[in-house]
Design a protein around this ligand. Structure first.
Ligand code: IPE
Ligand code: IPE
Ligand code: MG
Length: 251
């Protein structure tokens, strides 16, 4: 098992769970079987993140662009999502995990929304990890909708244009209240962001692995986290400044 420093874990871990379809197709199975196996990986990652004490876990489960997939795959994904939510809520309660959703919930089928509402209400008082599902989510859509809401507030006099700072803008996003991700993992070898958290990833450490999501294991997760722990996050400063800042004699 990959050793980890419990004090240097990301506060917020975000994951683009990719490669379910290819995993299945390589095995002559239907793509939906890959999604079903992918749901098992989700359970493992949620469990591990909870055990490690990660405070925020955000999973890209369905993008705004994924609506363009064949209707049969979209339907199967929605059914799987509803089943996952219904089945996992009891476990979330035991682990003190709170559900959160980002994205355009209005696009989702009513039965999925009902399952989400029930899960969100039931877990609302939980104080452990926040599990955010990005559903019908697109970063550009989120930013443009935030800009529209902000414009309305300026027009109505609730806010003046001069008050539009980075922090103020952030509160208009779906992720208002969540810290930016420290670490992003994308599986399946694709090296792109695919419209995920465009604003929030400004200073996130990125990690890409060839492993398809259904094959992503506990040790692959630990390997990724160990990689994060070896990085120096400079936020525009110099390396010397970072070393001095971490040295108690120079604090
Ligand atoms: C990720 O796996 C799951 C979703 C996007 C819903 P894919 O379905 O994108 O798998 P590939 O990329 O086709 O292999
Ligand atoms: C990104 O994966 C969306 C999710 C993981 C939900 P895609 O498989 O849809 O990404 P692209 O279109 O190949 O970039
Ligand atoms: Mg994909």
């Amino acid at each position: 098992m990959e050793p980890l420093d419990r004090d240097k874990l990301p506060t917020h871990l975000a994951i683009i769970m990719d490669g379910n379809g290819r995993w299945a197709q390589q095995r002559m199975l239907k793509r939906i079987v890959g999604h079903q196996r992918g749901a098992e990986t989700v359970k493992m990652v949620v469990e591990q993140a909870h055990l490690l004490g990660i405070k925020y876990l955000t999973l890209f489960a369905f993008s705004s662009e994924n609506w363009s997939r064949p209707p049969i795959e979209v339907r199967a994904l929605m059914t799987l999502l509803k089943k996952y939510i219904r089945q996992e809520t009891a476990r979330m309660m035991r682990k003190n995990i709170r559900y959160n959703v980002i994205g355009n919930r209005g696009d989702l089928p009513d039965d999925v929304n009902r399952a989400l509402d029930d899960a969100i209400v039931e877990t609302a008082g939980n104080t452990g990890m926040v599990l955010t599902l990005a559903l019908s989510y697109g970063g550009r859509q989120e930013i443009s909708q935030a800009a529209a809401r902000l414009a309305r507030d300026v027009a109505s006099g609730k806010l003046s244009a001069g008050d539009v700072t980075v922090d103020a803008f952030g509160t208009y996003l779906d992720t208002g209240g969540l810290p930016d991700p420290d670490f992003l993992i994308r599986t399946s070898g694709e090296m792109r962001i695919s419209n995920f958290l465009l604003w929030q990833l400004a200073y996130t450490e990125l990690y890409f692995t060839e492993i398809n999501w259904p094959d992503f294991t506990i040790n692959e997760l630990r390997k990724a986290l160990a990689d994060f722990q070896a990085r120096e996050r400079r936020f525009g400063r110099t390396s010397d400044q970072i070393i001095k800042r971490n040295d108690p004699l120079n604090a």
